[in-house]
Design a binder for this molecule. Structure first.
Ligand code: DLL
Length: 433
């Protein structure tokens, strides 16, 4: 099913003509309004009017998360604050988040893309959508919410957490579409089973899962345990939020990128060279319709490849394969993006703690667990057990408050964390997706 059949099935030539026109408009606008982009273009001696083909895009330098950070919080906005109607944020590499803004038209665009995404999973106005993505600064909750309303479906804005109550509502309200992270979907299944509820007896037909990496193996497990079709949805705050790409029910094989709004490229993360279709590398996006927060050649750090083959669903938009990893060290723990450097800055604020730490991530049952192992100085370690426990609790509280993620903290004796000769091994990820 398609929400916007005209745009989702545009022949390549027509699509590229639209892309070029929209790209040119975007470049004109950012050149005039965002000092950062003006500098980027000046650096390579380009004027927006020099961009005469889609291939010319490659002459413009990349934009990175560091660039967004340097322009924190609002200097990347291309419109005055009077035109901004919404602000979201996601984790940055240090304490400060990455901030993004939307005009009223951007919210409309996003709602349309999310309506397309839900329709791609078979949702219609008759469906009830149980939306367990978090509402707040995170784009998941409100992104799905506006899309569901645009589609005319009924949305239950349950948000994340309070799993037992979620199960009760699923049983009583009979939602037909589930939206949450794939790991939370499995957790829901477990809690339901404990409560003696079988998903077979619920009314779900499809689920749209994303915001963290998952696998074909997890798809099978979710489909079996939840008795629904499990589809992958991808997005990131910087580009718009969820609804950058989504799988179709017909093929369940790769995520169609909404190319009438975003131009994707795959690059070699080390050299920056653009790679041909089919090759694996880092995904880069240029937004071509956004007003408040346009991004030009934004490096997502997500690793994947693009597949231009025609799809049996009829959509002409190129598909990206499942994201297989990242070209940086960002972790996603229970749907929350965390950089080791953020944990480090929390640790370094605390007296008696040494700059030697290791993050161990594991999946117990269906939920991620983060353990922070950190060395304390001789002095602190000789203190009473009670003092050490107080310190552990303090670190854990600060991590939760600043990064929004629960962590178990284990203080260890000086010199017990293995030293490395090259880069320190900060993360041990034991999760098998
Ligand atoms: O996670 C937006 C979103 C919400 C997507 C709900 C899907 C559903 P951020 O918090 O900015 O935005 O995190 C973006 O999450 O760069 C990927 O590394 C990762 N990610 C998102 N979707 C997927 C997916 C939202 N389907 C970062 N598979 C991205 C793998 C994903 N990784």
């Amino acid at each position: 099913m398609m929400y916007n059949i005209e745009f989702e099935t545009l022949p390549r030539e027509a699509l590229e003509a639209i892309q070029l026109r929209r790209l040119q408009t975007t470049l004109q606008r950012v050149y005039a309004t965002v000092p950062f982009y003006r500098r980027q273009l000046d650096l390579v001696g380009l004027k927006p009017s020099d961009v005469k083909s889609l291939a010319d895009l490659r002459r413009i330098p990349f934009t990175t998360k560091q660039d967004l950070r340097d322009n924190y919080p609002f200097a990347m906005f291309a419109v005055p604050m009077e035109s901004v109607v919404r602000i979201h944020a996601s984790s940055g590499t240090t304490g400060k988040p990455t901030v993004v803004g939307y005009t009223a038209r951007d919210i409309q665009t996003w709602a349309e893309l999310m309506a397309r995404s839900l329709a791609s999973a078979g949702a219609t106005a008759g469906d009830i959508i149980h939306n367990a993505y978090g509402y707040g600064l995170f784009t998941g909750g409100l992104g799905v919410h506006y899309g569901a309303e645009r589609l005319g479906a009924s949305v239950i804005p349950i948000s994340g957490g309070n799993t037992k109550r979620q199960i009760m509502i699923m049983k009583d309200f009979g939602p037909t579409i589930l939206t949450c992270t794939p790991s939370y979907a499995l957790h829901l299944a477990e809690v339901a089973a404990e409560a003696g509820i079988d998903f077979k007896d619920l009314k779900f037909k499809a689920g749209i899962f994303g915001a963290e990496p998952w696998s074909e193996r997890m798809r099978h497990e979710i489909e079996q345990k939840l008795h629904l079709d499990a589809l992958d949805i991808y997005g990131l705050s910087e580009v718009i939020g969820p609804g950058v790409s989504v799988e179709c029910l017909e093929a369940k094989s790769g995520l169609h990128i909404f190319e009438d709004h975003f131009i994707p490229e795959i690059i070699n993360p080390d050299t920056g060279a653009v790679l041909p279709y089919g090759e694996t590398g880092e995904l880069v996006f240029t937004s071509i319709t956004k007003e408040a927060f346009p991004v030009i050649r934004y490096r997502t750090r997500d690793i994947t490849s693009l597949n231009p083959e025609p799809c049996r669903c009829g959509r002409t938009h190129v598909r990206m394969n499942r994201v297989s990893g990242r070209s940086d060290d960002m972790l996603i723990i229970r749907g929350v993006n965390v950089f080791p450097s953020q944990i480090e800055s929390v640790l370094m604020e605390i007296e008696g703690v040494e700059p030697h730490y290791q993050l161990v991530v594991d999946r117990e049952g269906t939920l991620d667990n983060l353990t922070v192992m950190v060395e304390v100085g001789e002095q602190a370690f000789s203190d009473q057990v009670k003092k050490l426990q107080t310190l552990e609790r303090l670190i854990s509280k600060n991590i939760k408050e600043l990064l929004g993620v629960s962590a178990k903290v284990k203080l260890v004796e000086p010199k017990t964390i293995a030293r490395s000769e090259g880069k320190a091994v900060r993360v041990i990820d034991k999760r098998k997706l």
